[in-house]
Write a protein that binds this ligand. Sequence first.
Ligand SMILES: Cc1cc2nc3c(=O)[nH]c(=O)nc-3n(C[C@H](O)[C@H](O)[C@H](O)COP(=O)(O)OP(=O)(O)OC[C@H]3O[C@@H](n4cnc5c(N)ncnc54)[C@H](O)[C@@H]3O)c2cc1C
Length: 374
Amino acid sequence: MDTDITIIGAGVIGLAIAEKISQDFRNVYLIEKHPTFGQEISSRNSEVIHAGIYYPEGSFKARLCVEGKALLYDYCKKYDIPFKNCGKLIVATSKEEIAVIEGIKITAGKNGVDLAVLDQNQVAELEPNIFALKALYSPTTGIVDTHSLMKRLETNTLNNGGEIVYGSEVKGINKIDKGYEITLLDADNNHYRFTAGTIINSAGLTSDKISEMTGIKDDKLTIQFCKGEYFKVNPPKNKLISRLVYPVPHKNMEGIGIHVTIDMGGGVKLGPDVTYLESNVYDYKVNPGKQEAFWKSAKKFLPFLEFDDIVPEMAGIRPKTQKPGEQIRDFYIMEESSRGYQGFINLIGMESPGLTSCIAISNYVHGIVRKQKN
Ligand SMILES: Cc1cc2nc3c(=O)[nH]c(=O)nc-3n(C[C@H](O)[C@H](O)[C@H](O)COP(=O)(O)OP(=O)(O)OC[C@H]3O[C@@H](n4cnc5c(N)ncnc54)[C@H](O)[C@@H]3O)c2cc1C
């Protein structure tokens, strides 16, 4: 085989896997269609280190998030990656919402995440400028500089002897004896082919297409692009909040509500909302017409916010496998021997909390590869 292990996709998850696998194996390649890493989901998100509050007990999302946040904090400390363990409030602004946050505390507890219940006065002590009748406080939630994280994962991969090939798009995969033949299209429009014993599909928004290319057809793995838009809070009002503040989540957990996110530079943004795109197009436009809806939604818990205090900022796209209105689905992480594709490892539907979970995911995938190679 030309390569022992080929990983497709240099987002935060593919990079974390490449770093981990290249510590233990030689001849590891990471292939990315863009000229550099993190040009898709990983650079268009809230950069929150989630605590693991909302996910169903025992799911990959719950397990890998809770394990992943601890690993990510340690990783950031070890490599001097900017992060802040700022904490998060989930606020109830009506009687009905108080009942909802009580349910959230129970779910979080099942995942091993302790949340404190705060009354109105206790909330005011932490965040004097917000309104809440009651709130949950999550002390382990934080934020991270995703770009610095990805840069470190890239550097470590290269230092471990892994190879990263940018500007090359996977266009075809054929199963061959004991592995796969991969066809790439490079930036000069040249096709070339090479072979791999193991493929790890970490292609984010098009991971379902990579899986289909190999021969795996499964409607449950079809990705629906789901856009999330953000509005920025203009200075000086960004200085009025110092923690993450979330409303109670949407029904079916389609998103966790238009929340307030702070970043490492002191910026504050509102979002993301949830809009399924009709076709899977890379539509990153922010609709200025949504300003009123964002403002009204945030004003419930940010009483100081005026309509003109926010401006459109950016959008990201979630790779959801559930259709609109369907129940939340788990990450799909699977070595596909049972479908006849030995050594082909799929990661599909890697939406939030994929960033938080990236190191835990890399350990899990590393375990699959070790088992397979031994
Ligand atoms: C709006 C939004 C907010 C979010 N907020 C958070 C948050 O606060 N906390 C959190 O934990 N998670 C969050 N997430 C989720 C998190 O961002 C993702 O789980 C994570 O970034 C996914 O990483 P990835 O490596 O799988 O995907 P990507 O970063 O998209 O990487 C996949 C890579 O594969 C490449 N690729 C695709 N097809 C091919 C091909 N054919 N050939 C070669 N390369 C290919 C792409 O170019 C891309 O670089 C959020 C997501 C969104 C959309």
